[in-house]
Design a protein around this ligand. Structure first.
Ligand SMILES: [Fe+2]
Ligand SMILES: [Fe+2]
Length: 256
């Protein structure tokens, strides 16, 4: 392990450690201003996210995940990443309980998601998970924007999850930028298309809940587009910066 890798590992270990500080538990017993219709539409969405965002198999599941996890530091950092995902599931489960709902143990969309991740390999799985985090962050941001003032507990939960997911997206961007890969037009086109597909999949299942709070279809797709665009632009810049410092980097970071 060289000095650059040590610094990289320490930086992300510190990030995950620091991120566990100052986490205030949402006020699950606080009164809500959400209407019964809004709660009725929100509950299935929260229950599905409880299962999909850190519930179910909360780890890399691709048949060839070993090749990724065997890279230096990969297992340690993946453990820290998924530990935060499991916390999202706990928070969402408490939100479901707050509104008198019940957790679910399976859903067709999550079953397909897991099967595809398992079969298509770790490279595809990592890309799918990054895209899921980008589009899920938009979901939580819209829930916070439109439902936060009506429900303090939901606002607090969203802020915690957004804080974590923003870190996860930055972690993956950093990892990808240091991989030495190129992120050209073809890569960006495919990435955007996959992001659009991931966003549409999310909206099919959860659009009803966010629309009940006041969100719009057009707003969701605008935010998805903006988030994807921002990710690609900043990834390319980060990769260029890394390339210019390449002489100091003796080994690439974990990559898919
Ligand atoms: Fe998450
Ligand atoms: Fe995440």
């Amino acid at each position: 392990m060289n000095l650059t890798q040590n610094r990289w590992l320490d930086r992300w270990k510190n990030h995950f450690r620091n991120n566990q500080r100052d986490r205030v538990e949402p006020m699950w017993d606080a009164p809500t201003k959400l209407t019964s219709d809004q709660i009725e539409k929100l509950l299935p969405s929260l229950a599905q996210f409880e299962l999909g965002d850190g519930g179910g198999p909360c780890y890399l599941t691709a048949w060839d995940r070993g090749k990724f996890l065997s890279q230096p530091h990969a297992r340690e950092l993946v453990d820290l990443w998924f530990k935060e995902e499991a916390e999202h599931s706990r928070l969402l489960g408490d939100a479901v309980k707050r509104f008198g709902g019940e957790s679910i143990e399976s859903h067709w969309s999550f079953s397909i998601f897991c099967l595809v991740r398992k079969v298509l390999g770790v490279s595809f799985e990592l890309r799918t998970l990054i895209l899921t985090e980008i589009v899920s962050n938009v979901y939580y941001q819209m829930m916070l924007k439109h439902g936060g003032e009506k429900d303090a507990a939901i606002a607090q939960m969203c802020r915690l999850v957004i804080r974590d997911e923003t870190g996860h997206i930055a972690f993956h961007k950093d990892r990808m930028a240091r991989s030495g890969r190129k992120f050209g037009m073809i890569w960006a086109g495919i990435f955007n298309l996959m992001g659009l597909a991931a966003g549409t999949m999310l909206w099919v299942n959860h659009g009803k809940a966010i629309r009940a709070l006041g969100g719009k279809n057009s707003e969701f797709y605008q935010e998805i587009w903006h988030a994807m665009d921002h990710f690609i632009i900043t990834l390319r810049k980060h990769a260029r910066d890394e390339k210019s410092n390449r002489n100091e980097n003796l080994q690439p970071m974990p990559q898919s």
